[in-house]
Design a protein around this ligand. Sequence first.
Ligand SMILES: C[S@@+](CC[C@H](N)C(=O)[O-])C[C@H]1O[C@@H](n2cnc3c(N)ncnc32)[C@H](O)[C@@H]1O
Length: 350
Amino acid sequence: MTGELGRLIYQQIQAQGPLSVEEYMALCLGHPEWGYYTSRDPFGAAGDFVTAPEISQMFGELIGFWACAVWQSMGAPPRLVLAELGPGRGTLMADALRAAAVVPEFRQAIEVILVETSPTLRRCQRDSLAAIEVTWLDQVMDLPDGPLLLIANEFFDALPIAQFVLRADGWRQRRVGLAGDELGFVDGPILALDAPPAAPGDIFEINPQGRQIASWIGRRLCDQGGAALIIDYGHPFTAIGDTLQAVFRHQPVSVFQEPGAVDLTAHLDFQALADAARPAQATTVVTQGAFLRALGIEIRADRLMKSAPKHANSVASACQRLIEPAGMGNLFKVMGMTHPGLPLPPGFPS
Ligand SMILES: C[S@@+](CC[C@H](N)C(=O)[O-])C[C@H]1O[C@@H](n2cnc3c(N)ncnc32)[C@H](O)[C@@H]1O
C-alpha cells in the first residue's frame, strides 16, 4: 500500500474492519494532514484537473452578472451575503466581483464569504482576492443571517458518497476492505433502501452531506430570501449507476491508487438535492452550454476578441470548451434554487 494515508487506511481496516465508501472517500479527500484537498492545489495543466473558472474569466464574469440580476429581482436588499462553497483558487469569485463592479450598489450591499475546508486552497483564495474583504468559514451552516446568494461550482461532487450494491438478498452497503495486500470493495450489511428499479450487481449512490447542505440551503432561502446556483457534473433525475471516479494528472485511475494523492469525485443527483431543498423552488436542470449561452457568453467572447485581437484564438477556444457538447457543455449541468416568491433566475427556460 503506497503513501502515508494508504498505510494508515490499510492498518485501520486491519484493526477495525472495512470502511464504508463514504468513510474512505472522506479520509482520502479531507484527512487533516494527507487528504487530497488538505495537502495540495490540484488545479491546472500541472495538476489533476481544470475547472470552468480556470478555463476562462468569462465563466466567473457571467456568474457575477447573474448575481447582480438576481439581487435586483429580490428588490435590491441593502445587505446581502454572497457565499461560494468550495471556491478552489478563488478565480470564480474574483472574476464575478470584477464584473459586478458595473453595479456599484450591489458591490456595496454584499458581504463576501467563502466556505472552504482546505488551508492550502484558502491561501490561494487569499492571493486571488487580496483586494477584497473576505470571510472564511468551514461550513455553510455557519453563514451569517440575511438574504443569501450562494454559488457552488464543482463543490457537491467533492463530497463523500455512500454506495450500495444490489445482491440476490437485497441492497448491501458497499465497503472498502482488504484484498490481499491491496484495498478492494467488499459487501456490508443489508439495508432497506428507497432506490429506483435495479438489477443484481447494480450500484446506487447517495450523497448524505450534499443532501444535508441542500436541505439547509432550502430552509435558509425560504426563511430569509435569496437564491443558489449549483453547477456540476451529474444527472438531472435520480438514477442507478457507479459514478465514483479517480483522476490523477488528467487521467482516470483506480479509486484505490495512492489514497490522498488522487482526486475522488462522484456525479451529482440533482433531483435528490432539489427534493432535499423543498419547499425552496428548484429550476429545471439545464446543461452548462445552454446556461452560458442564455447568459450571453458568445456576445462576451466577441467583445473580448475585439478588445484584444492578439488573444482572439484563445478566447474562442475557451468559449467552445465551456459550451460545446464535446467539451464541458453537456457533461456539466446547472440548477438554480430560489425563495418560492422569486421570479425564475436568468439562464433557465421558463
Ligand atoms: C473541485 S474543487 C472546485 C473548485 C472551484 N469551485 C472551481 O470551480 O475551480 C472542490 C473545492 O471544494 C473544497 N471542498 C471540498 N470539500 C469541502 C467541504 N466539505 N467543505 C468546504 N469545502 C470543501 C475543496 O477544497 C475545493 O476548493
